[in-house]
Design a protein around this ligand. Structure first.
Ligand SMILES: [Zn+2]
Length: 455
């Protein structure tokens, strides 16, 4: 561990101490509440009572009696909804935004997603990238992420310090690259796999073509031993398909199936190139798919067969993927892109209806991450991960159809307040516990050191 990283960790611990826990009882009063419960209730003149990290009450504001010590938040003109769930991202790579534009498909695959100056980056750069990326997502209303990548031992500390909820997985591969199984085990040991822990660990085999059959099998064994969920890229390029075919598989999903890596505890990202029998396999095994439409369109000029997957009963979540290929880490944008591309690809303007898209970014995303009983809807007993959006904006008026407004008209910048585990992290569109100016300064300093900073 280099000294800079340990200094960073001390700083993170300090910030964590400075982030006081949630007040005993908070009353978010007189707002409109989109619950995302099974009845998808939309409540006007409603209140949410938060006790510690949990939601204690959701219902008419008139039923809430004031108690001494209450912290009351006036939510008139605000829509309260569950925090969004980003089911596939690489937060730390945000510092590479804008360095991978308009490459041909072939420019990605052989280079294994190489980015300029990647080889010079230090662990502390990834710590900073993760912190700034997490704050960016929080400000956009994303309260939970499934994060993966290298240096996850360092990155997870930054995510924890940011206040965001995260499942963290250190990337594993063994084809033409050294396997870092000990590092992945270290992340599992440090964070555990308890879904109620705000930061907890999963397993992150990279992809069917970059992991041997032996490694995929080892991952399944480790998942069984630890209870960790499995996050993997799947069927994202032709070179990947060629590689698995050379190993005797008909496709990437078949490769995962034969190695025991399909199931309700697996989230497969992308899934662009699927045969109909592979869609059926995903549905039959209860495997989740993290759909990343903006990134897929941008670097592969393709979109996943989401309408067909939905018809087959495949569980779908939504991800931004990383900033170099999106480039916005905004799940409101992502819902819209998913809807539009899904309709085009299906040649069906009725495909992927609004409630389904909103579910992908909230309750279904939570279920994909094994957090369906913890977050994803605003209901008593769940963690208080809550986003408040400004309703009184010209581009959101009128509110004939709140879910449609959220999917097709709202943006991350409409988010005003954000709570995670009942702790307010964003107030009036400003992060409370970090200074955005200092984050920008640090990013500039990193790029000056790497010798390729923006002007
Ligand atoms: Zn990815």
């Amino acid at each position: 561990m280099c000294c800079v990283v340990s200094a960073r960790r001390d700083a993170a611990a300090e910030r964590e101490r400075a982030m006081t826990g949630p007040p005993n009882r908070q009353v978010l009063a007189d707002g409109t509440v989109l619950t995302m419960n099974v009845r998808r209730e939309l409540l006007a003149d409603a209140a949410i009572v938060v006790k510690g990290p949990l939601i204690a009450y959701v219902g008419p504001a008139s039923h809430v009696r004031a108690e001494p010590g209450d912290v009351r938040v006036d939510c008139r003109g605000l829509l309260l909804m569950p925090g969004l769930v980003n089911a596939h991202t690489h937060t730390a790579m945000g510092i590479y935004r804008g360095l991978a534009e308009d490459r041909p498909r072939a420019g990605w695959a052989p280079a294994r997603y190489a980015l300029p100056h990647l080889e010079h980056a230090q662990p502390e750069d990834y710590y900073h990238g993760a912190l700034v990326g997490a704050v960016e997502m929080l400000m956009n209303g994303v309260t939970t992420i499934a994060d993966r990548g290298g240096f996850m031992d360092v990155i997870a500390e930054a995510l924890h310090a940011s206040g965001i909820r995260a499942v963290v997985a250190h990337t594993l591969h063994d084809v033409n690259r050294p396997l870092e199984l000990d590092r992945a085990r270290g992340v599992l040991a440090r964070w555990g796999t308890d879904p109620h822990a705000r930061v907890h660990a999963g397993l992150g085999p990279h992809a069917p073509d970059t992991c041997s059959d032996a490694l995929l099998g080892q991952v399944r064994t480790l998942a069984r031993e630890t209870g960790a969920r499995i996050f993997i890229h799947c069927a994202q390029s032709h070179p990947e398909l060629e590689a698995v075919r050379a190993r005797g598989y008909a496709g990437a999903v078949h490769c995962l199936n034969r190695n025991g890596l399909l199931g309700p505890d697996v989230v497969a990202a992308h899934c662009l190139y699927l045969e109909p029998d592979e869609i059926a396999l995903l549905a039959r095994t209860g495997t989740w798919v993290a759909h990343c439409p903006a990134s897929n369109a941008k670097i592969e000029a393709r979109t996943a067969p989401v309408a067909a997957m939905r018809r087959a009963g495949v569980g779908l979540a939504l991800g931004t993927d990383w900033a170099p290929t999106n480039n916005a880490m905004d799940l409101f944008d992502e819902m819209k892109v998913a809807g539009l591309l899904g309709k085009v690809a299906a040649d069906d303007a009725a495909a992927l209806p609004v409630p389904h898209l909103l579910g992908m970014a909230t309750i279904d995303g939570a279920r994909a991450l094994g957090l369906g009983g913890v977050i994803g809807s605003l209901e008593p007993g769940k963690r208080a991960d809550i986003v408040a959006l400004a309703m009184d904006e010209l581009h959101l008026h009128p509110w004939h159809d709140a879910p449609a407004n959220l999917v097709y008209a709202a943006k991350g910048r409409d988010v005003r307040h954000v709570w995670v585990d009942g702790r307010q992290l964003v107030r009036d569109r400003r992060p409370i516990h970090v200074d955005p100016a200092a984050l920008l300064e640090e990013t500039a300093r990193i790029w000056r050191r790497l010798g390729a900073g923006p002007p």
